[in-house]
Design a protein around this ligand. Structure first.
Ligand SMILES: Cc1cc2nc3c(=O)[nH]c(=O)nc-3n(C[C@H](O)[C@H](O)[C@H](O)COP(=O)(O)OP(=O)(O)OC[C@H]3O[C@@H](n4cnc5c(N)ncnc54)[C@H](O)[C@@H]3O)c2cc1C
Length: 384
C-alpha cells in the first residue's frame, strides 16, 4: 500500500492548480452573475493537455491512469466545479461511452476533436419523465427504411445548447423496456434538432445546460452507436467515470472552502482575537479537514481500483456519495465562518456553496448511491 503521490502526479496537480487560478477564476464572478459559460476555456484547457487526461493518446487524450486524472480534476475544480464539469464533460460520460461502444470509424471521427477541444460533445439521457429511472425514457427511435426517425425531449443536458455533437439514448420498442434502448449520435444542424439554454439557475451558474428537442429528426442507420438493448450497459463505464470526476471535483471544491476558511479565520478579529483562536471555530475547521481527507482517499481508492480494472461498484458510490455530501456540509460551514462576507461573491465559498448542492444530484443522487451500496452489501435490490 502506497499513499504517496508521484512526482508526475505532483507536476499535474500544480499545473492544473495554476490553470484554475489563472484561467478559471478571473472571469468566474462576472460569468456567474450572468449565468454564462464561456466555451473558450475548453480550448485553453486542451492547449495545456488538461481536457481529457484519462482518454487514450490515440484518441487525443493523455492516456493517464484514473488516480492522476482525479488529481487533475480535483485541482481544476478548486476554482469551479461547474465550469470544469462543462469544459471536460464531453470526454467523460459521452466520450467514454463512444470509446466503449463506437465503431473504429465513429471513434476516429469524433473522439480526437472532442478530446482536443475542437468540437463539443454532449451526452443526453435525462428527460422530463426519466431522471434516475432510465427505463422511463420516452424519446422514440422508429426505423423507417434506411434511417431512424427520432422524436423526444432531453433536459438539463450539459452543453446541450452549444454542443456540436450529441450522443443520446432513445427507445426503439417500448414493449422491450431497457432492452429496447439504443444509443445514437447526431450533429448539430441536422433538420428536426433544436436546443435552448437552461436559465434561472440557483446553482452551477458558471456551467452550461440546455434542453434538446428532436422533431421527426431523420438519422442514417450508421449514426447508431453499439447494439440495440445494450445502451445502458454501454453507458455504464462513462457514468462510472462521471461519478469519479464528480467525487474528485467535490474534494477540490471542499479543499478550496477549507483553505479560504483557514485564511479568513486567521485574519478576522472578533472578541479581541482571531476567530480561528476560538475553540468552536477550530472544531469546525478540524471536522472540515477530516471529512475532506476521508473524501479524498475514498476517491483515490475508487480511482485506483478503476485503473486496475478491479470491480468497484460500491467503492465508487462511497466516494461520490460521501465527497458530494461532504462538499455540501463543508461549503455551508465555510460560508458561516466567513459571516456576512460569505454570502456575497467576493469570496470563493459563496459559489462553492451554491454548486455543492448540484454535486449531490449529478452523477447519481445521494439516494441512488445509498441504494447501490445497499444492493451490493445485501445482494438485493431495493429499486429494481
Ligand atoms: C447541472 C446539471 C447538469 C446535468 N447534465 C446532464 C447531462 O449532461 N446529461 C444528462 O442526461 N443529464 C444531465 N443532468 C440531469 C441529471 O443527471 C439528473 O438531474 C439526475 O440524474 C437526477 O434526475 P432527476 O433530476 O430527474 O431526479 P429524480 O430522479 O426525479 O429524483 C428526485 C428525487 O427523488 C429521489 N429518488 C428517486 N428515485 C428514488 C428511489 N427509488 N428511492 C429513493 N429516492 C429516490 C432522488 O434521489 C431525488 O432526491 C444534469 C443535471 C444538472 C443539474
Amino acid at each position: 500500500m502506497d499513499f504517496e503521490i508521484t512526482e508526475e502526479q505532483r507536476m499535474f496537480r500544480d499545473m492544473a492548480h495554476k490553470f484554475a487560478e489563472q484561467e478559471i477564476l478571473p472571469p468566474l464572478k462576472e460569468n456567474e452573475r450572468q449565468e454564462k459559460f464561456d466555451p473558450a476555456i475548453i480550448k485553453k484547457m486542451a492547449a495545456q493537455g488538461l481536457l481529457a487526461p484519462h482518454m487514450p493518446q490515440e484518441y487525443g487524450g493523455l492516456g493517464l491512469d484514473y488516480v492522476t486524472s482525479s488529481i487533475i480534476w480535483e485541482s481544476l475544480c478548486s476554482a469551479s466545479l461547474a465550469v470544469t464539469q462543462a469544459a471536460v464533460s464531453g470526454s467523460i460520460q459521452p466520450g467514454t461511452n463512444l470509446l466503449d461502444a463506437g465503431s473504429e470509424a465513429q471513434k476516429k471521427k469524433y473522439l480526437p476533436p472532442v478530446n482536443k477541444g475542437e468540437i463539443i460533445l454532449a451526452g443526453a439521457v435525462v428527460e422530463p419523465n426519466a431522471g434516475s429511472d432510465s427505463s422511463m425514457i420516452e424519446t422514440s427511435a422508429v426505423r423507417s427504411g434506411n434511417h431512424w426517425i427520432i422524436n423526444g425531449t432531453k433536459i438539463f443536458i450539459t452543453n446541450g445548447e452549444i454542443a456540436d455533437v450529441v450522443l443520446f439514448i432513445a427507445q426503439t420498442d417500448k414493449s422491450l423496456g431497457l432492452k429496447g434502448l439504443a444509443t445514437f449520435i447526431v450533429d448539430k444542424g441536422t433538420p428536426g434538432f433544436s436546443s435552448t439554454v437552461q436559465k434561472g439557475k440557483i446553482s452551477w451558474r458558471g456551467g452550461s445546460e440546455g434542453t434538446l428537442r428532436f422533431t421527426d429528426m431523420e438519422l442514417p442507420l450508421e449514426n447508431q452507436i453499439g447494439e440495440t438493448g445494450k445502451a445502458l450497459r454501454n453507458a455504464l463505464h462513462g457514468i462510472d467515470t462521471a461519478r469519479l470526476f464528480l467525487a474528485a471535483g467535490a474534494v477540490g471544491l471542499s479543499q478550496s472552502c477549507l483553505e479560504s476558511s483557514i485564511k479568513y479565520a486567521k485574519e478576522r478579529v472578533q472578541f479581541g482575537k482571531s476567530i480561528g483562536g476560538h475553540q468552536l471555530i477550530q472544531e469546525i475547521i478540524a471536522d472540515m479537514a477530516t471529512k475532506i481527507e476521508a473524501s479524498r482517499w475514498l476517491t483515490y481508492r475508487a480511482a485506483y481500483l478503476k485503473s486496475k480494472g478491479i470491480r468497484h461498484i460500491k467503492e465508487m458510490s462511497y466516494a461520490k456519495y460521501f465527497a458530494a455530501e461532504t462538499a455540501l456540509w463543508v461549503s455551508s460551514q465555510a460560508v458561516k465562518i466567513h459571516g456576512s462576507f460569505g454570502t456575497i461573491d467576493d469570496f470563493p465559498v459563496g459559489h462553492h456553496y451554491q454548486d455543492a448542492i448540484t454535486a449531490t444530484i449529478l452523477g447519481g443522487t445521494a439516494q441512488m448511491h445509498q441504494l447501490t451500496i445497499g444492493q451490493q452489501l445485501l445482494e438485493m435490490a431495493a429499486f429494481r
